[in-house]
Design a protein around this ligand. Sequence first.
Ligand code: HEM
Length: 496
Amino acid sequence: MSLKTWIKRILQQIKGANPFDGDCLPTRVSLFSPGRPTSPVPLPWNYKEPIQIFEAFYTGTENQQGWGAHNRYLYAGGFPPVLVTRDPGIIKAIQADTGDKPGQFDRDTSPTAGIARATGKDSLLYANGAIWRRQKRLVAKPFSRSNLFQPQKFHGFEKTFRNTVRKRLELLQALQEESGEQKTRIELDPEIKVVMLEMLVNNFFGGNVSYKELRDRYVPALVYMIDFMVRDTVAPKGQAIALTLTGRSKILREHRMAFEELTDIALAGRAENLGLWKDFQSDASDEALRSNIRVFLAGAMEATTSFATWAISHLSHHPKWQEKVHEEVKEMDVYDPDDFTSAPNLNLVLEETLRLTPALYFFPRRATQDTWVETSDHRKMMIPAGTHIRLDVWHSNRCEEFWGEAVTGYPADVFAPERWAVINEKGISPKEMLHFGFGHGPRFCPGRSLGLLEVGLVVGAMVKLFKFEAVHEHTSASAGVSTKPADGVMVDLELR
Ligand code: HEM
């Protein structure tokens, strides 16, 4: 940052001048203010509650009218503004305008600095500009809908995924039978993580890792590394000191080694054309693919587990929907997540899960220059160069004004798959009701097809084999890289 820019910002900050322009101006949030759930900036004592940090941006706007209640900015210390937005129009416009063309928004790398240190800077997730474009060309195709969902390939993966899911859930079934009890109390999150990783490593990348190794070595390594990445982003120095003082560097080394081993296993199938590698045509060296494989392993396990555990958690609170899904999956042998006629209720449950409890709860962006964006209802906003942007889909999707009773027939903050029928009956186009579960625009999730297939199979198979009832009346969210049910999906499980 040049001295001139710093002085300009300090003067604006002292005068209270709004650095944004347009007809849906964001309103300013002060650094210190009473009555908020926490500070609006991540600090060592509140970084584990990112959803509350965002919430702090909206405190006091309850009775405020207009777009300024949804577009909020923090501007202090000579630093560039931080814009937090739950305005769906602005969220969509910024996502559509993110890319490698001059003047487009970058993905802001500051909230993922720790991820990049652990996985590499040249991944599709972290990189911007030309490196991102190259990575996209390289890896997006094998994951694409047109590739993965060609009938032959789709059913090939569906079959092996289904076998994996069946085998793992049968283990649960056997445990249940052995116990002799009608109901078993169990935390499902750890079981689901292993199934998700197994589908990815063995079925998708063509590996051959035993269930025991996945469960005892690789899942704990990934869980540790993901947690490490979050801490390494927020407080890298503090973490380094803590590791040395507590003598835990050895644990980090061991988990890092396991992560690298798993990356080797995923890449090894390439030489033998196993799994997805059959369709992967590229002269890029294995080394050039490593960062992406690391991101896929950690990121995909995290995102698919989040999605599946939330869906199962919601169903555990809504027996009526569990029965509706059971009716359609009980005789079903083949599942196609993009065929809405084969399992409409399961698909509604998944759609509503991603709306209410999105796996990725915010998307970071950065303005590379002063940039005008325009929403589809023709509102305009100028975002100044350097602004750190947080597209806060978690709060957008729970905002009564956009998703509440008046629009969808049901309150915004409850799980109600029925709302999608109301939306449909009202003739509202799906384009108007985007919840951004897989993002939007050029940086849309390349793993959508794969993820939906995996999650649909796990949730469908769970409902087919078991009845499950939430232990806690209310399940809150915990958030790190993605969101999760905070109770680990604690349910009473009963065989059907
Ligand atoms: C089913 C669960 C999943 C959900 C809910 C999900 C969600 C998302 C979302 C919302 C984004 C956009 C982030 C942004 O705009 O900043 C994204 C990007 C991404 N996802 Fe997924 N994802 C899932 C599964 C997967 C899988 C299975 C993979 C790969 C194996 C994957 C790889 C990626 C990558 C590499 C990006 C970055 C793309 C880019 O920046 O160009 N995701 N995902």
